[in-house]
Ligand binder design. Structure first.
Ligand SMILES: *Cc1c(COP(=O)(O)O)cnc(C)c1O
Length: 416
């Protein structure tokens, strides 16, 4: 069961492949962040990084819990607007915001823009010169932290495309001065995001120390006073038994304690502390249900084919990500066969799980992949013109569609 609804019933009612979220699990994660990321010393804020899974239903849930929202494109911004989300609480990220996106942000009343580079700061100053309301800004800095994760998801090595490196001080100061000189532009502080699926708490502690030290440096040497530090997201989740992420409550307390220690050196200058979890809010709540089709033996492998693949989950092909899965209704049978779970896309790389021991599978079985709630639907593609699956929320024995399954008409609706 997921959310109290039998998996076979979900498959029958909505078809497969199907993304299902355990809504109570989502709520529990949000509740944990709400309870744990709190402090007497700082004004704290949790920003949901909507790129992990962006749709109206999740954004309404985010609003219900009083969280802010990260967007990185006009599409994510419009989704939030359509969900009725208060744009004042939106933080607009991205390393190359277009003029169109900045104008849309201005029109919508987006509260904060996280500025990536000097040219962008100039653009923002121009766009907001005649704005009805001022916009807050944070500057994305690159503190140069080596977090041990896949190279595609580290974001703070010296040559990262994101933010301005601490090694490039002149550019940093110039960019801040541009923001400070803008009409209707308010410069609040700095932001960093050091990567994703990070298990090492020390990487975050080191990041925090570097950001606070930089705040002190700005004050002492440039007379620039900041009051906000945003340390980004990247908190790890459990995909397989090999993963043992630090519980979120512990991560929150470690962040707050480290920040508090550092703030003492600054005589309490930093007033507001922000974090930006994406994956850790939605990943473990999500499952993908597939129907097993063919089973094929090659000299060294037994393939188990499913009715989706890299089109609904690109992460194994893109990052060598690993997943766990089970056959619904066969949990008590011995896991005696080693399978390679493959999708139906025309790529040899379309392998969802390289090696997994499962009970003997038959066509028509339901294979359920766990922890697919983050960067699954949001990275889905139309490759091979597979239709985008539906997304369902299940809770307390009932389920509801939050994104309908795509139809042929919809898929072809843009074609002349
Ligand atoms: C992707 C991203 C996040 C969220 O990362 P997770 O690993 O999903 O927690 C937060 N902040 C920024 C700027 C990001 O790009």
């Amino acid at each position: 069961m997921i959310g109290g609804v039998p998996i076979s019933q979900l498959a029958q009612q909505y078809g497969t492949p199907l993304y299902v979220y355990d809504e109570q699990y989502l709520r529990d994660m949000l509740g944990t962040y709400q309870r744990e990321f709190r402090s007497a010393e700082f004004e704290t804020g949790v920003l949901y990084a909507s790129k992990a899974f962006s749709c109206k239903a999740i954004i309404r849930l985010i609003e219900e819990y009083g969280f802010c929202l990260d967007v990185v494109s006009d599409g994510e911004l419009v989704t939030a607007m359509q969900a009725g989300y208060d744009c004042k609480n939106i933080f607009f990220h991205g390393n190359n915001k277009t003029m169109n996106e900045l104008n849309l942000a201005k029109q919508a009343g987006v509260g904060t823009i996280v500025v990536d580079n000097r040219m962008e700061a100039e653009l923002i100053r121009t766009v907001y010169a005649d704005a009805a309301e001022p916009v807050h800004t944070l500057l994305r800095v690159n503190p140069g932290i080596e977090a041990h994760t896949h190279q595609y998801i580290v974001t703070a090595h010296v040559d990262s495309k994101f933010g301005i490196s601490f090694l490039n001080e002149e550019e940093l100061i110039e960019t801040i001065r541009i923001l400070q000189s803008g009409n209707n532009v308010i410069f609040d502080g700095i932001h960093a995001h050091i990567g994703s699926q990070i298990f090492d708490g020390q990487a975050f502690a080191e990041e925090i120390r570097k950001l606070f030290a930089f705040a002190a440096h700005l004050k002492e040497d440039y007379d620039i006073t900041i009051h906000t530090i945003d340390i980004g997201g990247g908190f790890a989740v459990r995909y397989t038994d090999a993963d043992s992420p630090i519980p979120i409550g512990e991560v929150c307390r470690m962040i707050l304690n480290t920040a508090s220690e550092e703030n003492r050196k600054l005589n309490g200058q930093i007033k507001r502390l922000l974090i930006e979890p994406g994956r850790s809010i939605v990943a473990e709540a999500g499952y993908t249900i597939y129907t097993v089709g063919g089973i094929k033996k090659t000299p060294n492998k037994t393939y188990l084919f499913v009715d989706g693949g890299m089109s609904d989950n690109i992460r194994p092909a893109l990052y060598q990500a690993e997943y766990d899965a089970f056959l619904a209704g066969k949990e008590n049978e011995p896991a005696e066969t080693e399978y390679t779970v493959a999708g139906k896309c025309c790529e040899s790389g379309d392998i969802l799980i390289q090696k997994i021991r499962l009970p003997k599978a038959e066509p028509g079985d339901l294979l359920v992949m766990k922890t697919t709630g983050a960067y699954g639907y949001s990275m889905a593609s139309h490759y091979n013109k597979l239709l985008l699956p539906a997304v369902v929320f299940a809770k307390a024995g009932t389920s509801r569609t939050v994104i309908r399954r795509e139809t042929y008409e919809h898929m072809l609706s843009l074609e002349e």
